[in-house]
Unconditional design. Structure first.
Length: 330
């Protein structure tokens, strides 16, 4: 009689939705559940996560042994959330412990970008690399760092906030309530692409970008569409964004000597239109021996990266190999 398969649940919690997946040991997604999170309070957020777990449990062809949780914010080594601007959580909320107590399963928690890096390292574009850096470029910029096959979490569990690396000392104010100026997030995100495209439009008032701006908001996805269609001004906007990204990459290369830098997130849909200028800038600015030994390429996983990384966390929690990750018991 065949053994009952061991199953995991990974949940990627975002400011607009929580995406949960039923995943097997080979990291194949068997089923998903989605709940909107915008506008909910903290207690109801836990209720939504419980609903997702229950929904996937009802579809599970085997035993679910653990749950992984990716949270867009700063978590300490005990899994308490201290800063999550897009979630209705009080500072110090032990969201993993609250969920574990409700569902009766192990729950491992980490930052969502760390989860994405874990996914790429375990089963994506980073397979075979002991060390890597992942940058997720979307509305903001997130990141995760893998060092000797383990996520870098720091003394308090809050390391690798790569989007808040300064690339311009007197740059633009950062997004949200970050007190810094010139963060990678302010200068090299999808949000920044819309602003940069506006600057290019000002330089070419009769061009396509200026026309798009008159018709509505000039945002990152639309700029990318125009660039992919061959519009030279949109291509220039992506080039400038890529240069900013490459400046940040060079600092990360000098700090971590990662061997591999991956770029994911929504802005990565631009492909080499973004990655080419970023790579060129990185190679020109990083220390030459590191440049010679570091590859820059696109991440493999898209919207399921956080979910899959959370499932890897769950698997490690079940195996007792979670290391310094926060693991809550029921």
């Amino acid at each position: 009689m065949p053994a009952t398969p061991r199953l995991l649940i990974g949940i990627d919690v975002g400011g607009t939705k929580a995406l949960a997946g039923l995943v097997n040991d080979d990291l194949e997604v068997l089923a998903t559940s989605r709940r909107p999170t915008s506008g909910v309070d903290g207690g109801h957020l836990i209720d939504l996560l419980v609903e997702e777990v229950d929904e996937l449990r009802a579809q599970a062809p085997g035993e679910i042994v653990a749950v992984g949780l990716g949270i867009p914010g700063l978590l300490d080594r005990q899994g308490r959330v201290w800063k999550a601007p897009n979630l209705p959580l009080e500072p110090g909320t032990a969201i993993g412990q609250e969920l574990a107590s409700r569902i009766g399963l192990l729950v491992a928690s980490d930052n969502d970008a760390n989860c994405a890096a874990i996914a790429e390292h375990a089963a994506g574009a980073g397979v075979g690399h002991e060390d890597l850096v992942l940058l997720t470029v979307g509305t903001g910029v997130g990141g995760g760092v893998i060092v000797h096959d383990e996520p870098l979490r720091g003394a308090h569990g809050m390391a690798a906030e790569l989007g808040h690396l300064t690339i311009h000392a007197d740059g633009r104010p950062c997004i949200g309530d970050c007190p810094n100026l010139g963060c990678l997030e302010a200068e090299a995100s999808g949000t920044a692409l819309g602003r940069i495209a506006g600057e290019v439009a000002d330089e070419h008032p009769g061009g396509a970008l200026a026309g798009e701006r008159q018709g509505g908001t000039l945002d990152g996805p639309r700029v990318t569409e125009l660039a992919q269609a061959g519009d030279t001004e949109a291509i220039e906007a992506l080039r400038r964004l890529g240069v900013n990204l490459g400046v940040g990459m060079a600092s990360l290369g000098n700090i971590f000597d990662p061997g591999l830098i991956l770029v994911g997130g929504g802005a990565s849909a631009a492909g080499e239109l973004l990655l080419g200028p970023a790579r060129e800038t990185f190679m020109a600015r990083v220390m030459p021996p590191i440049a010679e030994r570091t590859e820059v390429r696109l991440a493999r996983f898209g919207n399921e990266a956080g979910l899959l990384g959370a499932a890897v966390l769950a698997r490690r929690a079940a195996d007792g190999t979670a290391g310094r990750a926060a693991v809550a018991r029921p």
